[in-house]
Design a protein around this ligand. Structure first.
Ligand code: 13P
Length: 262
């Protein structure tokens, strides 16, 4: 697959997923610690995906800074009787720019399906919010060797009815379930293999130009020690970081990754 990180839309992206962590005061402490440590780099995008309760204060605190804010979920309807959900207009009003969609924890614990992932992604795109669409195989599928089939299916269904121009704006995060929160990170080669595979699926669904524009992230136990090696890989455009995003020193080091080309 073409190595084309020079495509402007493929600016490296490091996103922190705080998951169900950080009260408002804890969020503010983390954000304040982070802003001093994160380089004002123009060649990369930095995002923190805070819990819903902290989105308002975090977006306010980061206004005009080089860190953007993401949500961890987004509903497909603009409003209505959907207790516990959060809509695109609610997020855009706050200045939220990204939304994680289809994280494996939501698929596993909250009944998220490929159809709802697709509906959420389309709602985000419609509202001008960048969806970070998560895909990833279980340990069982990895061991059986059928992981690429799983990924193909997840990507195809997530992208259903998304037109080419919108597809190019999507971010896809490859997060093998067996590597999330386990400390068991995929090797650089395993990450690259699947990220390249995802780009191949996108090429078939759309075309090479569109596939080349999409940012594909790796997520799963990303650490300060592993980020530089990961970012060298031609099809890895960034990382979706869980545990290490909760520590300002670790996240800052990940954000400030260095590659030979940089
Ligand atoms: P960890 O980095 O804690 O493994 O979490 C990864 C993840 O799920 C990010 O969305």
């Amino acid at each position: 697959m073409a190595k084309n990180k020079t495509v402007e839309s493929r600016r490296p992206l490091i996103a922190g997923n705080w998951k169900m962590n950080n009260t408002i005061s804890e969020s503010m402490r983390l954000v304040n610690n982070l802003t001093g440590k994160v380089k004002a780099a123009k060649d990369r995008d930095i995002v923190v995906c805070a819990p819903a309760t902290a989105l308002a204060v975090v977006t306010t605190a980061l206004k005009g800074k080089n860190i953007q804010v993401g949500a961890q979920n987004i509903h497909w309807e603009k409003s209505g009787a959907y207790t516990g959900e959060i809509s695109a207009p609610m997020l855009t009003e706050l200045g939220v720019k990204y939304a994680i969609v289809g994280h494996s924890e939501r698929r596993q614990y909250f009944g998220e399906t490929c159809a709802t992932v697709n509906a959420r992604a389309r709602a985000a795109l419609f509202a001008g919010i960048t969806p970070i669409i998560c895909v990833g195989e279980s340990l069982e599928k990895r061991e059986k060797g059928s992981y690429k089939l799983v990924i193909t299916g997840q990507v195809k269904r997530a992208m259903a009815d998304i037109k080419k121009s919108d597809a190019a704006k999507c971010v896809i995060a490859y997060e093998p379930v067996w590597a999330i929160g386990t400390g068991k990170t995929a090797t650089f080669e395993q990450a690259e293999e699947v990220c390249a595979h995802i780009r191949g699926v996108l090429t078939k669904l759309y075309d090479a130009k569109t596939a080349d524009a999409v940012r594909i992230l790796y997520g799963g136990s990303v650490k300060p020690e592993t980020i530089d090696g990961l970012m060298v890989k031609p099809n890895v455009d960034g990382a979706l970081v869980g545990g290490a995003a909760l520590k300002s020193d670790d996240f800052a080091r990940i954000v400030n990754f260095v590659t030979p080309e940089a």
